[in-house]
Design a protein around this ligand. Structure first.
Ligand code: PLP
Length: 372
């Protein structure tokens, strides 16, 4: 298999698997129990916490571990609404956000919150003047991602945070596709990340919280994570997340340069006729979302079964509905259906990517011939 679906998930790094192993096999103590073994597990979790925080490199806050970034985003948004006592009742987000944000906001809108979903331009970028006009003293929170999972477009969160904070609102950012891949923007008050997008294990995420901006707890129980997120932590998952974060921190520039080279090689190998979805300038280059007139993306996936790639986002692919992100860019039904996403990263070999792109280009031409 040639794996080109790095936005859906990433292969677990060998160093991560190695760090997790003792916590899966022999060391099973509850990290919240007072025994010597419990203390050992708790200490390992604290090392992991520091590794993740160091890799995030955000000032003035700390993380709580969660079961996923989806949970972290639900918690950030619902917990901020729950905590709010300032009469503000409005949420602003953007049409290209992940479902973990959009569906949570829609759910709140069904429960009395005033929701504004801002459009993006045809390049997937947000108009900051429009945002500035919308953020007023009724806005409680704004939720905007750092890097888009379907088209790789980056939003300028540092400038956005100045604007949002000037209006006295709180800024949440989904940094799932940014963490470990690009430098995180300072400014947001709550930042969600996920281990499995940075070569860590699935089933663990985290919410970084600026001191004083912690959302009200969503999960009640044993009072873990300083009473903010109850539930026994998994030492294996935390240690794996920490190891993945440390590695990502050490390799961030190296990995970025690698995907930049891969981006150029992929476009060369695909040849003419393909259009890149989303801004070329404001992007993370490990995400190549492309379309081609007359091509059916789902048929390409079916024709090339030993290449793992996607139709926009993993979730949208499963549903069979055209991607809400591509629709937000103004693509019509046919253009969305003719789009595919190639995602590459640390372990992608250039010759494999080039081979996959040649085969994609050939398969697209075959489709055109058959349909002519
Ligand atoms: N946000 C973005 C941008 C993502 O790409 C994903 C994963 O697909 C998520 C949130 C959800 O992350 P998790 O799988 O940890 O729930």
């Amino acid at each position: 298999m040639i794996y080109l679906d790095y936005q859906a998930t990433t292969p677990v790094a060998p160093q991560v698997a190695q760090a997790m192993e003792p916590w899966i096999e022999g060391k099973f103590a509850n990290p919240h129990s007072p025994s010597r073994w419990g203390h050992e597990a708790a200490a390992a979790i604290e090392v992991a916490r520091k590794q993740v925080e160091r890799a995030m490199d955000l000032k003035g806050g700390s993380i709580a571990f969660t079961g996923s970034a989806t949970e972290a985003l639900n918690w950030a948004i619902k917990g901020t609404v729950e905590k709010a006592g300032n009469g503000r009742n409005r949420i602003i987000t953007v049409a290209t956000e992940h479902a973990a944000v959009l569906d949570t906001c829609e759910w709140l809108a069904g429960n009395g919150i005033d929701l504004t979903i801002l459009p993006v331009g045809s390049d997937g970028c947000l108009d900051l003047d429009l945002l500035a006009r919308e953020v007023d003293d009724r806005v409680l929170l704004v939720s905007i991602m750092m890097v888009n999972n379907e088209i790789g477009v980056r939003h300028p969160l540092t400038s956005i945070s100045e604007l949002v904070h000037k209006a006295g609102a709180l800024l949440i950012s989904d940094a799932v596709q940014a963490f470990g891949r690009v430098e995180l923007c300072n400014g947001p008050d709550l930042v969600a990340i996920s281990a499995h997008k940075i070569h860590g294990p699935k089933g663990i995420g985290a919410l970084w919280m600026r001191k004083g901006k912690e959302p009200a707890p969503l999960i009640h129980g044993g009072g873990q994570e300083q009473g903010l997120r109850s539930g026994t932590l998994s030492p294996a998952l935390c240690v794996g997340f920490g190891a993945a974060a440390k590695l990502a921190d050490e390799r961030c520039t190296l990995d970025y340069d690698h995907v930049q080279k891969l981006w150029n090689a992929a476009l060369d190998a695909l040849g003419p006729g393909w259009i890149v979805n989303g801004s070329i300038q404001h992007r993370y280059p490990g995400n190549l979302n492309i379309r081609r007139e007359g091509v059916d993306g789902a048929r390409l996936i079916a024709d090339l079964r030993d290449i793992a790639f996607s139709l926009g986002s993993a979730c949208a692919s499963g549903s069979g509905r055209p991607s809400h992100v591509l629709r937000a860019l103004g693509l019509d039904y046919r253009e969305s259906r003719s789009s595919i996403r190639l995602g590459f990263g640390r372990y992608t070999k250039q010759h494999e990517l080039v081979e996959a792109c040649h085969r994609l280009a050939r398969a697209a031409l075959e489709q055109e011939k058959l349909d002519a």
